[in-house]
Design a protein around this ligand. Structure first.
Ligand code: AAT
Length: 291
C-alpha cells in the first residue's frame, strides 16, 4: 500500500505493478481460503480483491462476465443445463439468466465469504442468485466434478481465480477430464484463460491439455482494463458430438426472447463483439498453433 492507493504486485505479473486510488476500504477479512478485500475506488466503483488480485470492479465487470457467459451460451442452440465453477459474486449467473432456454444453473463456489460479501456490496452482481433456476453448491469444484453425473451439462463456465491458492487444481489435466465427462455429447466449456501478454505459457499448457481432452479448442479474448495487462482470454472447447461453430453465434443474443429486455441492459456483449473476440494477434497464433 502507498498513500491512498493500493498497489497490486504479484509473481503472476513480475516487474510491474497496478494501482487504483482508494476512497474507502469497505471490508477486509481472511476466509478459510483467501484474503477478501472490498474497497471503493476513485474511478472504477467498488472493487473485489482476493489474495491481492482484482477479481472485478463495478465499472468493467461487464466486459468479463458478459463475454464468459454469452460466448458459450450463444454458440449452441437452446442450452438447458449449465454449470458455473467459481463465480461466487453472481455476475455470471446474472448473465446466464438472460437465456430463457436454460432450466438448471448449478454453481460450485468454494468460498461462502465471497458470496456473502457480494450480496452486501455488489447487489448488481449478486442479483444473479435470485434466479429460481440457480442451485448453489459450496465446495471445491474439483471434488464437485469428480462426483457429477456423466453427460449432465450443455455448457460449463469456469469463472475461477488464478492458479495460485484454491484454484490450483483447476488448471490440471484431471480437472479437464472431469469437465469433459460432465458434458453432454456436443456440450461446451468456456474457461477463463489469463492474459496473452503475460501468460502465454499458461495458455499454451491449457490449450494442449484441452486438445487431449476435447474435440475442438478455440481461444477468444476481451478487454478488461483492471485485469493485469488489460486483457483476459477464454478457452472454448466442445466435446465429441454435433459440431459447434464458436466463431459465428448460432443462438444470437439479439434474437433471444427477453435477453435484451432483461432488467439490466447488456453493456458490452453483442454478436459483433462475439465474432471479433476470436481474432488473434499473429504472435499468439504462432505460439498456440492454429486454432
Ligand atoms: N466473476 C469474478 C471473477 C473471478 S471470481 C473467481 C472465484 O473462483 C472466486 O470467488 C473463488 O473463491 C472461486 N474459486 C477458486 N478456487 C475454487 C475452487 N477450487 N472451487 C470453486 N471455486 C473456486 C475470477 C477472476 C479472474 C481474474 C483473472 N486475473
Amino acid at each position: 500500500k502507498g498513500g491512498n492507493a493500493v498497489y497490486f504486485n504479484n509473481p503472476m505479473w513480475p516487474g510491474e505493478a497496478h494501482s487504483l486510488k482508494v476512497e474507502k476500504v469497505l471490508f477486509k477479512d481472511k476466509s478459510d481460503f483467501q484474503e477478501v478485500l472490498v474497497f471503493e475506488s476513485a474511478t472504477y466503483g467498488k472493487v473485489l480483491v482476493l489474495d491481492g488480485i482484482v477479481q472485478l470492479t463495478e465499472k468493467d465487470e461487464c466486459a468479463y462476465q458478459e463475454m464468459i457467459a454469452h460466448l458459450p451460451l450463444c454458440s449452441i442452440s437452446s442450452p438447458k443445463n449449465v454449470l458455473v465453477v467459481g463465480g461466487g459474486d453472481g455476475g455470471v449467473l446474472r448473465e446466464i439468466s438472460r437465456h430463457s432456454s436454460v432450466e438448471v444453473i448449478d454453481i460450485c463456489e468454494i468460498d461462502k465469504m465471497v458470496i456473502d460479501v457480494s450480496k452486501k456490496f455488489f447487489p448488481e452482481l449478486a442479483v444473479g442468485f435470485e434466479d429460481p433456476r440457480v442451485q448453489l453448491h459450496i465446495g471445491d469444484a474439483a471434488e464437485f466434478l469428480r462426483k457429477s453425473p456423466e453427460g449432465k451439462y450443455d455448457a460449463i463456465i469456469v469463472d475461477s481465480s488464478d492458479p495460485v491458492g484454491p484454484a490450483q487444481a483447476l488448471v490440471e489435466k484431471p480437472f479437464f477430464e472431469t469437465l469433459a465427462r460432465a458434458l453432454k455429447p456436443g456440450g461446451i466449456l468456456c474457461n477463463m484463460a489469463e492474459s496473452m501478454w503475460l501468460h502465454t505459457h499458461l495458455i499454451e499448457d491449457m490449450i494442449s491439455i484441452c486438445r487431449q481432452t476435447f474435440k475442438s479448442v478455440h481461444y477468444a479474448w476481451s478487454s478488461v482494463p483492471t485485469y493485469p495487462s488489460g486483457v483476459i482470454g477464454f478457452v472454448l472447447c466442445s466435446t465429441e458430438g454435433p459440431a459447434v461453430d464458436f466463431k459465428n453465434p448460432i443462438n444470437p443474443i439479439e434474437k433471444l426472447d427477453g435477453a435484451m429486455t432483461h432488467k439490466r441492459e447488456l453493456k458490452f456483449y453483442n454478436s459483433d463483439m462475439h465474432r471479433a473476440a476470436f481474432a488473434l494477434p499473429t504472435f499468439l497464433k504462432r505460439e498456440v498453433g492454429s486454432l
